[in-house]
Design a protein around this ligand. Structure first.
Ligand SMILES: Cc1ncc(COP(=O)(O)O)c(C=O)c1O
Length: 403
């Protein structure tokens, strides 16, 4: 198929739910991707954070090819060597006490499991999430997601899921009633604009949950596995939840979600109460084993911290040069640059200039690059943004001289 045929096929045959950019990406390596015409892009989207280890990492490719020859599918009703190995590796890196997992296929599914788990373990129905949160788009996860553009068309949503203002311990405490099962929180809000909480917030939530005897669930789907400069973002504040949701880079790019919980919490789910046909698929678990080995051997978190500090200081420099930049936020390689206006045009202009970046809400340019991104590639991203921001500034001052 040529470029236009591919675009036509997706537009005609695929549910029209994605806001499409007009390029066809056919190849990737490390922090780079190429379109069908051979044009190169520095990928700061990392496929929405999935490609943390880099595109087509040779060790992931090798693990997948080897396993594909041996066994691709095996229902979790049977035991499997790769699945057992993956579970051992996963629970060897998760925070202390989180040592029993349910394996699924996506971030939203990992949240679904956490919600069911909280209700089952506590025997109570209510989940308290944060305003501004994003937890996915399946019905349970969607009910905990805040943005009304995602929620409103699908009401009524799952009952007894409510929202409180983020970063506010008083409000969280007030909201807890005798029917509350859990607090569900992203340690750093991703879609919500790369919002790092104030220093005592997560520790305060932990105290409240202990006092009220409810579960603390961290959604580390975007922040987990080295992205923020620690293996898990909750380590920045030394707080351990009762349940943790993981996905995105967990299998080096293949679809894998995991809900990891304290043994007694996960054991409240009995046979048949939760499942998915693909749970612990051997091919994906082989990729997951290789991904966890890489996380450790290649010191992904340390490198994300080091490169992230460089990236962030460069973004700060852009802020000091461009008055349309309001704020730079984030930790490690999870960064955001808030502009004073809608960022969509900046996304498209950067793409034309060989740099892929994401949005996070309307006004924030989000960066989730692979940890293998080089300093030179970061510098290229910065110089492209420098030009694009200058153009935006000029265009805006032309349109509104008083601006
Ligand atoms: C914090 C968080 N939770 C859950 C999800 C949902 O993950 P998925 O798109 O794999 O269902 C996302 C996706 O961006 C996310 O950022």
């Amino acid at each position: 198929m040529n470029e236009q045929e591919i675009i036509n096929a997706e537009n005609r045959l695929m549910a029209n739910v994605f806001s499409k950019k007009p390029i066809v990406i056919t190849r990737g390596k490390g922090a780079l991707v190429w379109d069908i015409n051979g044009k190169e892009y520095v990928d700061c989207t990392g496929s929405y954070g999935v490609a943390l280890l880099g595109h087509s990492h040779p060790k992931i490719v090798e693990a997948v090819c080897k396993q594909a020859e041996k066994l691709i599918s095996c229902h979790a009703g049977y035991y499997n060597d790769r699945r057992a190995e993956f579970l051992q590796k996963l629970t060897s890196i998760t925070p202390k006490g989180l040592n029993k997992a349910f394996l699924s296929n996506s971030g939203a599914e990992s949240v679904e499991c956490a919600i069911k788990l909280a209700r089952k373990y506590t025997g109570k129905p209510e989940i308290i999430a944060m305003m501004g949160a994003f937890h996915g788009k399946t019905m349970g996860a969607l009910s905990a997601t805040w943005d009304k553009k995602y929620r409103e068309p699908f009401q009524p949503l799952v009952p007894e899921i409510k929202h409180v203002p983020p970063d506010n311990l008083e409000k969280a405490k007030e909201a807890i009633s005798d029917k509350t099962a859990a607090l569900l929180v992203e340690p750093i809000r991703g879609e919500g604009g790369i919002r790092v909480p104030p220093s005592g917030f997560l520790a305060g939530l932990r105290e409240i949950c202990d006092e009220k005897r409810i579960l603390l669930i961290f959604d580390e789907v975007q922040t987990g596995l080295g992205r923020t400069g620690k293996l898990f973002a909750c380590e920045h504040w030394g707080v351990i939840p009762d349940v943790m949701c993981l996905a995105k880079p967990l299998a080096g790019g293949l679809p894998l979600g995991a809900t990891v919980a304290k043994e007694e919490v996960m054991s409240s789910l009995k046979i048949g109460e939760h499942s998915t046909t693909y749970s612990g698929n051997p091919l994906v678990c082989a990729a997951g084993c290789a991904a966890i080995d890489l996380l450790i051997e290649e010191k992904v978190a340390e490198r994300a911290a080091m490169l992230g500090a460089h990236f962030k200081s460069q973004l700060e420099n852009l802020k000091s040069e461009h008055h349309i930049v309001k704020e730079v936020r984030g930790l490690g390689l999870m960064l955001g640059m808030e502009l004073k206006f809608d960022v969509l045009h900046v996304l498209f202009k950067s793409m034309e200039n060989g740099v892929l970046v994401l949005d996070a809400g309307r006004n924030v340019v989000r960066f989730l690059p692979p940890f293998v991104i080089s300093k030179e590639q970061i510098d290229k991203v910065i110089s492209v943004l420098d030009v694009v921001l200058k153009e935006e500034e000029n265009a805006r001052s032309r349109d509104s001289p008083a601006n």
